[in-house]
Design a protein around this ligand. Structure first.
Ligand code: ADP
Length: 544
């Protein structure tokens, strides 16, 4: 149902009288300073990645007015965040925290409840509070991006420390880590690499987790657990608190590195490839979060529109992809493996020889010589990212359609032939059914892999957006029926994904709801995030 009512702005969250809401916003302005509360009463602008909006999802799969903020507030300290939380409780107004709001593919800056007041923490809380060159750690506020930390390490001459960066480096380290995003060095599991949080609870108390609870400690960023129950997990992908500081460990410069790329010819090579990757990855011969990408993604990553390759409707045929690949620098193939080896050359040589012998067991496998690739080839973006250098080349495949946007389906599985083939088959079948181009990539963690399927769609094409949604919903249900669940999802799919984690008659969600009601009795903080609805919203038709 399209919602196009910009006449009566701002959007008022449900359950509050318009005048009471406007009066509450005045109250907030008085507390924060008028210039730090922005009412969302202008036309929505999508901008682009580096100048993204904080009012809505610039890549929305719904009508962009559906999940839209009523106002945005810019706190500058933890105490101001606390004041905002107390204000929200007083007026029963839903608030939604973002760090930088570049969570594209998963909801961007949009709140889950229409008319929520967005807390843009990143704009003013953007300090690197500490870098410890002896312990290889740092402490950051929500507005510190991967680019910013990388730059500061360079400026300070701290060449001995690396930042792990995800595919796009413009986002917040803290936001990405809380959403359990990944990067591509051995420190790619960001959540596993963080140490210590400062959190404002939904009722306004401030806590420090781990060693941070011990006054005068000097181990907050070095030992993540402290004493007693490990509470950090409650604050990732959750709506139980607003994180205002986070400790992060930094990777030691390994003393050399070398990217490598292999191509594999046939679709069915995926199975044997996974059997080869698993022991090498778990044994750390393959040292980084590695990528097995389908050729369709490699072609789209050149940044050219689909129309250059194919004008028909329906999923782009395999023959067309292979013809395009044959003309590309890496030559025709179906899968490409991007990896990196770390350490001085004699250490790398030992590991690379094992990888080479194993990968070349697959008939038709080839090692790509990087010197044959043009300087702007996607390979070099992977090379930078695996060396901890932030990049945004990855955005190029959004040019595939006019008004390009993307949304992800991201199930996890063990690194096994059978799982890879089942998930690949499921995705391919459903993409063909809905006439959508299929862009799968397997991101190999340590003992598991995330299949990331990005659906690229035209933001102005309602029919194609609906097809994308239908395809995503079917993929989630059918994957769950096979025993696969998503590691992360878009705001609009959170209810559905949460409902697939239903073991024991939904025991986990009942536990989450009990925590939510205890920690957030007025249900003000990010209602509905990760499918967790506070009591006052439950059973009232908010789920979608
Ligand atoms: P990024 O800019 O790194 O992509 P976002 O700011 O978009 O990250 O945040 C990603 C997700 O994490 C969002 O869904 C948001 O609700 C949540 N989040 C971000 N920052 C915080 C925070 N400081 N406290 C609690 N949740 C947060």
């Amino acid at each position: 149902k399209p919602i196009r009512d910009r006449q009566r702005l701002p959007v008022v969250p449900q359950g509050i009288e318009r005048d009471d809401f406007l009066a509450a916003l005045e109250d907030l302005k008085a507390k924060m300073g008028h210039e730090f509360v922005e009412i969302n009463d202008k036309a929505l602008k999508d901008g682009w990645y580096m100048e993204h909006p904080n009012t809505h999802d610039m890549m929305t799969i719904l009508d962009e007015e559906e999940l839209v903020a009523s106002a945005v507030v810019y706190p500058s300290t933890t105490e101001e965040v606390q004041q905002i939380v107390l204000w929200a409780n007083k007026h029963r107004i839903p608030i939604f925290p973002i760090s930088m709001g570049r969570n594209l593919g998963y909801g961007g800056a949009a709140p889950r409840v229409r008319g929520s007041v967005t807390l843009d923490l990143g704009k003013r809380m953007n300090k690197i509070l500490d870098i410890n060159p002896e312990d290889y750690t740092c402490l950051v506020e929500p507005g510190v991006s991967f680019y910013a930390l990388h730059e500061v390490l360079k400026e300070k001459g701290y060449d001995h420390m690396w930042v792990d960066t995800p595919d796009l480096g413009g986002g917040s380290i803290l936001g990405n880590t809380l959403d359990r995003g990944v990067g591509y060095t051995p420190y790619g599991d960001h959540w596993a690499c963080h140490s210590g949080l400062e959190v404002v609870l939904p009722t306004g108390e401030i806590i420090r987790t781990g060693m941070g609870a011990l006054p005068g400690n000097n181990t907050w960023q070095a030992f993540p657990y402290g004493f007693g129950p490990y509470s950090d997990g409650l604050f990732s992908q959750s709506n139980f608190g607003i994180v205002t500081k986070m400790g992060m460990t930094l990777m030691p410069n390994p003393g050399g590195y070398e990217s490598f790329m292999y191509t594999f010819q046939k679709e069915e090579d995926l199975g044997p490839l996974m059997e080869i990757i698993r022991p090498l990855r778990i044994g750390m011969i393959l040292e980084n979060v590695a990528q097995v990408r389908h050729v369709a993604q490699g072609i789209a990553a050149q940044g050219l529109p689909r129309s250059k390759f194919y004008q028909g409707s329906g999923s782009i045929p395999d023959e067309v992809l292979h013809t395009a690949a044959a003309e590309s620098p890496a030559g025709d193939h179906t899968w490409a493996y991007y990896g990196m080896s770390y350490g001085p050359s004699h250490i790398r040589a030992y590991k690379l020889a094992i990888v080479d012998a194993e990968f070349l067991k697959i008939p038709g496998a080839k090692k790509v010589d990087p010197s044959t690739l043009p300087a702007d080839d996607y390979y070099f973006s992977r090379d930078r990212i695996a060396a901890g250098i932030p990049d945004i080349h990855e955005l190029r495949w959004v040019n595939w359609t006019p008004n390009g946007a993307h949304i992800a389906f991201s199930p996890v599985s063990p690194i096994r032939s059978a799982d890879a083939m089942k998930l690949f088959g499921l995705g391919k079948k459903l993409h063909q059914q809905y006439g959508i181009d299929f862009f799968p990539a397997f991101i190999v963690g340590l003992r598991e892999m995330h299949l990331i399927v990005e659906i690229v769609f035209d933001r102005d094409d309602t029919e194609r957006k609906q097809a994308a949604m239908d395809c995503l919903r079917d993929m989630i249900d059918q994957a769950a029926a096979l025993g696969y669940g998503e590691y992360r999802t878009h705001l609009v799919l959170m209810d559905q994904v949460a409902s697939t984690y239903s073991w024991g008659d939904g025991a986990l969600m009942k536990f989450n709801e009990r925590l939510k009601d205890a920690l957030d009795p007025n249900g003000i903080l990010a209602p509905g995030k990760s499918g967790i609805w506070p009591k006052r919203y439950r059973g009232r038709g908010w789920e979608m």
